[in-house]
Structures are given as structure tokens and as C-alpha cells.
Design a protein around this ligand. Structure first.
Ligand code: IVH
Length: 721
């Protein structure tokens, strides 16, 4: 390359990286994988090491992006550094050689390290003064970050106070992250609310922490691991390991996979051990961080270009792989959405065997122009469902045709449509089967939803069992679940469930008992269980609190559907040229239905989109039949009446810490059954805080606000009553 082309390439790389930095650090919305980003940075760094004149003022000397402006700025008294990276083992060996040379250590002089997982979250600095948390700040550009103290108050894993031996001034550094389970729950909720899902747990953590309305951080559970420090009045230890032990002793969570190592081989063994465990961890890590253990050596080594010489990040290989796409299959979801799935020649990606990858929708297939028989690159983004990122067109076999998305449902044969998206006014990217409950796939998916955790939550009757019962034609509708035992008893002995393969006496008895125990159930669960589009847990609760009884809800829905039918009949008549005077007037039921519609639209948390969805659902006779059959089998508890004589009825209650006597879900269900509202975050409007062992910031906040605080014992006493 000539000097000019090198210069041009350098400028182009710098601009591209700056754009990616902005997307990653400020917008929490990266558009390329970490591996691709690292490749860009390496190319830039390579150019700069050959042409140091180009490095001047380049982004390789800065880290991240300046604060976004939504939060107050905090100066970091000690800058927050970044890490040099190693991809190959030889680069780790080079690191050790460099360190030894720098310290003038002989080949046999001992040198100890720590090997810690590199948590894929966002780094944070927590400043404690006199053991109280005074400021929490994001990294920002390393010199200045954003003040997120108010948000951190909602992160239980971050203690508001440190243990008694902690130094007077102690700036703790570590990583805020979100677990896979919480990430998936968040995305479910976002989808339910018609919002765009978040790409990966790291972005979810960053977005959740940087909520301008701090209380919103409390609705999105975040975790924390401490691994470093900034300004400290008196260092409590003289090694990295000792510091980690001190952090733990002060009450800060530290990562349990941290190891002490004394050689390259031990570092690599630690790397391998964690990499093997990686797929089983409940959170994302993207490598290991090796640090020189002795702090005096760390000081001597110092830093260069905002990266310490005493540490290196040994990244795990990118979680990408190349394989063959054998077929494109279409899955039909609960609401009829058709999702194309790539069936792959099985391949190991990041320690996990991948057989399927999502192709998202018809548009995505067209964009990639992916065809059965193609060689494709797949990626496991943030340990969630793998996706196809690229087709290796040069490897395409001859004679393939572009994939044609089906226009009829592959399960029931009904027509497939692209509905209008009410938000954009354009046809939706999602294609849907119009078969409703006629479609067996939708039947099964609706049943699975019906028995899911937040719905009927029937023990021993999960997705797997539902699929089996459905295949055996024993359960086709929700009501069938509640008639299962009676139908079984009416059958000749030999045909009963107990005599079927895979079912034993006790398991059948338990199953029937748990079905029986859910025959009486809250209105909000029933509404949610119906699986109406756009009616998720939150809307279901709002609807239940509004209508209070099953009868009121059911009647309102009937009226709503009647009004909708008359409305479309009128619209059709008018469209055909019937004059307004000749169009039949509204029936009495329809008039009432219009009032229901207006009511729904005005309720905070519902609105026109939910009203449309309810209209559509209750406008279908097969849905009405299924709903009424179900209602005939169950007892729906009223939202208010059942709460009258409970001491917590109508109160807003927050659970924090752990409970020994029951799970958090159980406690939540119990509190709701007693008429309380369970809320995630503490405010002046909270009535009761139940604090179990390990309660942290929420308890502190409750005390500060002077709220009523119960221990587990008082909770149990009241929960029983
Ligand atoms: S030490 C002075 N240790 O990785 C060294 N960083 O690429 C500063 N990270 O900004 C970092 N786990 O956000 C360190 N065990 C760990 C880490 C870790 C995750 C993140 C951190 C840092 C980034 C550097």
C-alpha cells in the first residue's frame, strides 16, 4: 500500500470505529458483533504501530464515547481504563514476556496472576465515603462518566453501605450485568408491549441502568460483580487476590470463578475450564482477564494508552461458525405468526451444539437471499437463539431457487396474511396464519401459553406434556384440561392414563390434583391465559382490576364484539354507497359496546391497540366457545371481593431479599391473592416492604422513607390470614 492509501484506510477505519463506538456506548445499540469490531480495531492498531504518526489524536488512545448528556457528568478521580486484548495463546505468552522484561525478571523468578472471567456488561465506579455509597458513575470516556447514583439505588446487588472495615474512601469498580433469564423476561415484556426487543444482555443492562426515570431501573433486575478499584484512602491488601477477598468481606459480590495462577499453563488451564463452563453460566462472559497479582508490580508496570500493562483480556473465540442449511421450516406461533427456522447441519458454536437458527421473518430471508442447501455463517448473539448472519454465495450449489415464503399455513392450510401494523400503518413484516383455533399449531401453542407460569401455572403440565396430550387428542381446548380427570375415570380401566406408558399412579394422581387446585383462579390469570394478542401480563392485570369480576369482563367483551361487527357492517354499507340515513342505527348492545371501547381506550396501559385486539379475539365464534367452555369449568375469583378481610388488601407491597418459607413467585401470588399489589420498586407510595435475609438497597431506601417494614415472620403471619 502507498502512504496515501494507508492514510485513507486509517481514516476510514477510524471513522467506522467512531460510529460503532457511538452506537455501542451512547445508544446501547451496536450494529456489528464484538468479533468484527475487534477485527476493525486490530487493523487500525496494526497500521498505527507501523505508522506512529497516524496514531496522534486517533481513537485508539481514547476509550468509549463521551457521556450522552442525559445524565450529570462525574469526573473519575482515577481514570477507568480499558484492556489490551489477546486472541491467540501466543499473545498471552507475549504478554508475560513483556511483563517479565519490563520488570527485569529472570525466567525462573516467580510471577503470580489472577485469572478472572471477563463479564460482558457495563463497567461502573461506585464511590463509598465513610462506608456509604455516595456516587455511582458509568465509565463514559474513561475520564468522565454519567452520574447514575439514583438508578443504582434500585440495583439490589450493589450495597448502599460497606462492611465496617472498609476504607474511608473507597471507589469500587466492577461490572453491571443482566442474567439470561432476566434478559429473556425483559424481551418478552417488550414484545408484549409491542416494543422492539433488545439485542443482548449487555445492551439490556446498559439500557436498564441508564433509564432517565431512575425508578424504571428497578423494574429490570440488574446484577453486579466487583473486580477493581479507583481512589482508595488505604489499600486493604497488597495483591489482586487480597483485594478481591477484601471486596467480598465488605459485602460486595465478586465472581466465584476467579483463580490464582502461577504460570502461562495455569492461566490457559483456567481459561479452558471457564470456557467449558461458559454455556452453563447464567450470564454472558466474553473472555478471561489475567492480572499480575502483586499490586506493587502493577504500580511499577503502570499503563500505556489508557490500558494497564499489568493486565490483558484473553477473549473467547467469536461465537460464529459456518455450516450447511439443510432446510427452512416454518413454525406457527400462538397468535399465528409464522417464524422461519433454519435447520442446520449440527455444529458446535462456543461449546454448544446448534441445530437450528432463527431467520426472523420473510423480509430477513429475502434480505439474506438464503436458500436450502446454502452454506451459511451463524452466530450466537449474547448466548440467545442463534441467527443466520450471512450466506456464502460462492459455495451455493447450482440450480437453487430463491426461497418462496408460503402463502398458506403449513399446518392447517389457511391463508397467510401480512396484517397492517397499527403503529406504522404499513403491512407488518410478520406473516400470520388466519386459521385461529382451527389451526392445530395455534391450538397447541395457545394451550402451552395457557398452562405457563404467569397463566394457570399447573404443576406437572408444561409445554411438553401439553404437546403430548394434544397429540393424543386428550386435550384440545383449555376446558379439556379440567375435564381430563372425569373423562379418564369414565374410560375402561385399560385405557386410563395410569396404564399408559410413561405415566405412573402417583404422577397421574399428582397431575389431577394440581389441575384441581387451579380450578379456582384469579381473574387476571384467566385473562392472561386466554392468550389474546397484545394482552400480556400487565394489560391483563389492568383489565382485571378494571372489570373486577369474570361476568363483567365477559359481558363487556361480548358487547365490544357486537359493536365492532355493527361498525364494520355500517362501514361496508357506506362504502357500497348506502346513504347515511338508510344505514341501520346502532343496536342497544352495540351502543353499550361503543361505551366499553371508549372506556378501554381511556384506561392508562390499555388504549386502542388492546381494544382492537380484544375486539378481534371476541369477534371469533371459536374463541367465544373456548372461553365459555372454560368458564363453565372454573371459578374465577373477583379482583376485589376476595380481598376485603385481608390485612394487606389494596396495599402496595415490595419484596426484597430472600424468603426462606416460600419462593418469590409464591409470595407474589399469595400477596396478590390477598388483594395486595406487588410492585418492583420502592417509593413513597409503597405501603409495606417485606425484607428477607440479604435485603440491600431497597431495604435502606424503605428505612430512609420511613415505610412499614416486615420481616419474614410477620409476612408469613399475614400471608396465612
Ligand atoms: S479490569 C484496569 N476485570 O472489560 C483494568 N475488567 O475491556 C480495568 N471487564 O472496562 C478492567 N470483567 O468493563 C476488568 N474481571 C474484569 C472484567 C473487566 C469485565 C470489562 C470492564 C472493562 C472492560 C475492558
Amino acid at each position: 500500500m502507498t502512504d496515501d492509501t494507508i492514510k485513507a484506510r486509517h481514516a476510514a477505519l477510524a471513522a467506522e470505529i467512531a460510529e460503532h463506538d457511538k452506537r455501542y456506548f451512547q445508544e446501547d445499540n451496536p450494529s456489528i458483533s464484538d468479533a468484527d469490531y475487534d477485527a476493525l480495531r486490530r487493523e487500525l492498531e496494526d497500521i498505527e504501530s507501523d505508522h506512529p504518526e497516524l496514531a496522534d489524536g486517533s481513537i485508539t488512545s481514547g476509550i468509549g464515547a463521551a457521556p450522552s448528556g442525559a445524565f450529570a457528568t462525574v469526573e473519575h478521580p482515577v481514570p477507568m481504563l480499558s484492556l489490551n486484548k489477546a486472541l491467540a495463546e501466543s499473545e498471552v505468552a507475549d504478554f508475560i514476556t513483556r511483563v517479565r522484561r519490563f520488570l527485569r525478571l529472570g525466567a525462573d523468578d516467580p510471577l503470580a496472576y489472577t485469572a478472572e472471567p471477563k463479564i460482558d456488561g457495563l463497567s461502573i465506579s461506585l464511590r463509598y465515603e465513610a462506608r456509604k455509597l455516595v456516587v455511582a458513575a458509568t465509565r463514559g470516556d474513561g475520564a468522565q462518566g454519567e452520574n447514575v447514583t439514583a438508578n443504582i439505588a434500585y440495583v439490589d446487588a450493589v450495597p448502599q453501605t460497606l462492611g465496617k472495615d472498609a476504607p474511608d474512601v473507597f471507589e469500587v469498580r466492577g461490572e453491571i450485568y443482566m442474567t439470561h433469564a432476566d434478559f429473556e423476561a425483559l424481551n418478552r415484556r417488550l414484545l408484549e408491549d409491542g416494543k422492539r426487543p433488545v439485542a443482548n444482555p449487555r445492551n439490556a443492562a446498559a439500557g436498564s441502568l441508564r433509564q432517565v426515570d431512575a425508578a424504571k431501573t428497578g423494574d429490570r433486575p440488574l446484577q453486579f460483580f466487583a473486580y477493581g478499584w479507583g481512589e482508595v484512602s488505604v489499600l486493604p491488601a497488597d495483591t489482586q487476590e487480597g483485594m478481591i477477598a477484601a471486596l467480598r468481606a465488605y459485602g460486595l459480590p465478586v465472581n466465584p470463578l476467579t483463580r490464582h495462577c502461577e504460570s502461562l499453563d495455569e492461566l490457559l488451564a483456567a481459561y479452558l475450564a471457564v470456557e467449558t463452563e461458559r454455556a452453563n453460566l447464567p450470564y454472558d462472559i466474553d473472555g478471561m482477564v489475567y492480572k499480575i497479582d502483586r499490586l506493587d508490580l502493577q504500580r511499577r508496570l503502570g499503563e500505556r494508552e489508557r490500558r494497564p500493562r499489568w493486565a490483558i483480556a484473553h477473549k473467547f473465540p467469536a461465537e460464529r461458525a459456518i455450516t450447511e442449511l439443510e432446510a427452512i421450516e416454518i413454525q406457527v406461533g400462538r397468535t399465528g405468526a409464522l417464524t422461519p427456522v433454519a435447520r442446520l447441519l449440527p455444529i458446535t458454536v462456543g461449546g454448544v451444539v446448534v441445530r437450528n437458527a432463527t431467520l426472523h421473518n420473510a423480509d430477513e430471508i429475502a434480505r439474506l437471499d438464503v436458500r436450502p442447501g446454502d452454506t451459511v455463517e451463524i452466530q450466537r448473539a449474547g448466548d440467545v437463539i442463534p441467527q443466520v448472519v450471512r450466506v456464502l454465495k460462492e459455495k451455493r450449489p447450482k440450480g437453487t431457487e430463491p426461497y418462496v415464503f408460503p402463502d398458506h399455513c403449513p399446518v392447517c392450510g389457511s391463508q397467510v396474511v401480512a396484517e397492517m401494523n397499527p403503529r406504522t400503518g404499513r403491512p407488518d413484516v410478520v406473516r400470520r396464519c388466519t386459521g385461529g383455533l382451527v389451526c392445530e399449531a395455534q391450538q397447541v401453542e395457545r394451550l402451552k401459553h395457557f398452562v405457563s407460569r404467569a397463566a394457570f401455572d399447573i404443576e406437572g403440565l408444561g409445554a411438553k406434556q401439553i404437546a403430548a396430550f394434544h397429540a393424543e387428542k386428550l386435550i384440545k381446548t383449555p376446558a379439556d384440561i379440567f375435564t381430563l380427570a372425569a373423562r379418564d375415570a369414565a374410560r375402561p380401566e385399560a385405557e386410563r392414563l395410569v396404564n399408559k406408558e410413561g405415566y405412573g399412579e402417583t404422577s397421574v394422581q399428582n397431575l389431577f390434583a394440581s389441575i384441581e387446585s387451579r380450578r379456582t383462579i384469579s381473574l387476571r390469570r384467566v385473562i392472561y391465559a386466554l392468550g389474546i394478542r397484545r394482552v400480556g401480563e400487565i394489560s391483563s392485570r389492568v383489565l382485571a382490576l378494571h372489570f373486577k369480576t369474570w361476568e363483567a369482563f365477559r359481558e363487556a367483551m361480548g358487547l365490544l364484539a357486537t359493536a365492532a361487527k355493527e361498525r364494520s357492517a355500517r362501514e361496508e354499507a357506506i362504502a357500497k354507497g348506502t346513504s347515511l340515513d338508510d344505514v341501520a342505527g346502532w343496536s342497544e348492545a352495540a351502543e353499550k359496546g361503543l361505551a366499553v371501547r371508549a372506556e378501554l381506550e381511556s384506561i392508562d396501559g390499555l388504549g386502542a391497540v388492546v381494544a382492537d385486539a380484544l375486539e378481534a379475539f371476541f369477534g371469533e365464534q371459536h374463541n367465544i366457545d373456548a372461553v365459555d367452555d372454560l368458564a363453565g369449568e372454573i371459578n374465577v375469583e373477583d379482583e376485589v371481593a376476595r380481598a376485603v378481610d385481608s390485612p394487606i388488601a389494596g396495599k402496595a407491597i415490595v419484596f426484597t431479599g430472600s424468603l426462606e418459607g416460600m419462593t418469590r413467585d409464591e409470595a407474589k401470588a399469595r400477596a396478590e391473592a390477598l388483594g395486595a399489589r406487588v410492585v418492583g420498586s420502592i417509593s413513597k407510595k409503597t405501603d409495606i416492604v417485606v425484607a428477607g435475609p440479604g435485603a440491600g438497597s431497597k431495604l435502606a431506601k424503605a428505612q430512609a422513607l420511613g415505610l412499614e417494614i416486615w420481616d419474614e415472620e410477620s409476612w408469613m403471619k399475614n400471608a396465612r390470614g
